[in-house]
Write a protein that binds this ligand. Structure first.
Ligand SMILES: C[S@@+](CC[C@H](N)C(=O)[O-])C[C@H]1O[C@@H](n2cnc3c(N)ncnc32)[C@H](O)[C@@H]1O
Length: 209
């Protein structure tokens, strides 16, 4: 990953899919994920979904089995973890979204998930993902992003926890929106200030093509 991601010291162990999953179970992150996926990905059977930066495959724990799922990640460890754990439930590809154009994906997907992705990427890489996502969505399809954020009036503990995130490009909502608006004109957004047992904060954007 780019240098906007730190994986040294204590944060190194979160790179292990098993530890990452356990961390989210203990902090309440997993319970919130159910809320998130129910809200944004209650799709019709047969819908095609692209999970950008699928990591350990948590999306599959939270969506219906009749959704056609493709997960991509550029870290080989995550892809082999997902292939072993989920087998045929989805297609898992070692791929960098936005790295090059995959013609067979142009206008192909109903929905896309970028959960916990943008705040790990440099702005230029976020734009590459947004451009690729727009290209790969069907008209009327949408991309949802969900990222750790700062917000005005944030308490000191929340601000400190957010500053310790492995992603080193955490932004205020306005700055996430400014990037998204370069590629999408139809954006709904929501700020979550208490989605963890810890006082973490995150910003979601639903960007429709
Ligand atoms: C913090 S993890 C989030 C994983 C998962 N979405 C979740 O919520 O648990 C971000 C993931 O995005 C991957 N990634 C970053 N940029 C990517 C890109 N352009 N294409 C594919 N994967 C990417 C990283 O390797 C990493 O696994």
């Amino acid at each position: 990953m780019s240098n906007t991601h730190v994986n040294t010291g204590i944060r190194k162990i979160l790179e292990m899919p098993f530890v990452y999953n356990l961390f989210h179970k203990l902090t309440g992150g997993n319970a919130f994920r159910k809320v998130y996926f129910d809200k944004y990905f209650a799709l019709a059977p047969g819908s095609r979904v692209l999970d950008i930066g699928c990591g350990s495959g948590v999306m599959l724990e939270n969506i219906s089995e009749d959704i056609e799922y493709t997960g991509v990640d550029f870290e080989p460890g995550y892809i082999s973890y997902c292939q072993n754990k989920y087998g045929n439930r989805g297609q898992f590809l070692l791929e960098k979204v936005g790295g090059s154009v995959k013609q067979e994906w142009v206008g192909h997907f109903d929905a896309m998930n970028a959960h916990g992705l943008f705040h790990h990427l440099a702005d230029q890489d976020i734009e590459t993902v947004l451009e690729g996502a727009f290209r790969y969505l069907k008209p009327g399809g949408y991309l949802v992003s969900f990222d750790t954020c700062y917000f005005n009036g944030q308490g000191a503990l929340s601000k400190w926890l957010v500053s310790k995130d492995r992603g080193q490009n955490v932004k205020y909502p306005k700055a996430y929106l400014a990037l998204a608006e370069k590629y999408f004109s139809n954006i709904e957004s929501e700020l979550y200030t208490n989605y963890h047992r810890l006082p973490y904060a995150a910003f979601a954007m639903k960007m429709t093509k």
